[in-house]
Design a protein around this ligand. Sequence first.
Ligand code: ADP
Length: 461
Amino acid sequence: MTTIQVTNPATGEIIHTLTRSEEAEVVEKVDRAKEAYTSWKKLSAHERSALLMKWAAMIRTNRQELGELITLENGKPLAEALGEVDYAVSYIDWYAEEAKRVYGRTVPAHVQNKRIVVTKEPIGVVAAITPWNFPAAMMTRKAAPALAAGCTFIVKPAEETPLTTIRLIELAHKAGIPEDAVQYVLGDAPMVGDVFTSHPAIRKITFTGSTPIGKLLMQKCADTVKHATMELGGHAPIIVAEDANLDLAVQQTVMAKFRNAGQTCVSPNRLIVHENVVEAFTEKLVERVRKLKMGNGLEADVDLGPIINKKGFDKIKQQIEEATSKGAEVLCGNQYDFDDEKGYYFVEPTVLTNVDLSSQIMHEETFGPVIPITTFESFDEAIQIANDTPYGLATYFFTESYKTGLYFSENLQYGIVGWNDGAPSGAHIPFGGMKESGIGREGGVEGIEPYLETKYISIGL
Ligand code: ADP
């Protein structure tokens, strides 16, 4: 039996020790989810909706405690953590309502003696694997539509941040959702991945995490032809056009980039700024970035917390070093506060300019508080640079011209486009990526579809 030590990334202190599930326990929990499915799917949509609403209410009652738990295990500032709790609940609110709007249809028959009915059914048992960067929201964004649709749900949270998921599930049970309808497992990731992708009862895998693991899970899903929703990596560009409102562009860039210390999949990874405004933009940006306060997220006025672990820290540091070795200039940041023995890692918010397009940071996801700047002359050049990536999750651009804005919107190969907007997400919005950033959408009316099967009934008269 092995254990998981959950640490506070701001201090390296162990905050909780948990036991990893053995394979037999994971299988048993999936079997229980299968049993529970029979009764959960029979509840009326209105009954499931009422239970989801109770769950949402319980989370709201425990908002502060959950926010502090997120900060403790993930490191983000408390204000952001409380914002995440609200965001997480908004998915439950939304899908409690959408549960009641899972409509089928009738189709005019091609002959007189037939009637054609199309219905929607829950897909079956759903297995989820979630990341550490939004431990509450990534869980509810999957659990809420699954439960609303009539599926039972089992989740493996990231080992860095399992406590939030455990607490959310306790609250779901307290709200009256049956214990076996929503469960978690804490196993070794590849083992759990193998059980989830091979167990015949599981009909759908929903994953948020890195592109390589997403690809691996998709391959494994092939053997039992499971449905899969994949929310994978990104490499978001921000384009700042010559006519952009620079103050707005700077304010939104800082907000989008440094949230969760840059550890979000929609985090802007590179700035592509028109050469005529790059100087003015960069000056304003650096002035603002210098004011950001780094520290323990539980302390007041902290803008950004630690990096989740050494692996993440090393990658960020290495990307900065590689970019500077290719001529990039450090305008601010590139300072570190870390202690290998204690196990905490902080990176000062960093702005790099004159970054060579061949640098790793211009192509690989950084997942840290670093933003490199390059320039463009023509719109087509900006679009070419922005699209030159296998990723296609989020992109942002700033322009006051509707023609430029439409041209960018229509030519950028991304699932989420923020036009003069650095925060384009919400429960009512279809979130998801193109290309190697994923398959499917979460949120919005689209977000419940992946948990439903279409059945067609041909009735002969
Ligand atoms: P990151 O590098 O940001 O942690 P991962 O894709 O490795 O991103 O992790 C996202 C989630 O996927 C976590 O819950 C992690 O435990 C899980 N995971 C990692 N490796 C595997 C695997 N081989 N099979 C199934 N899940 C995995």
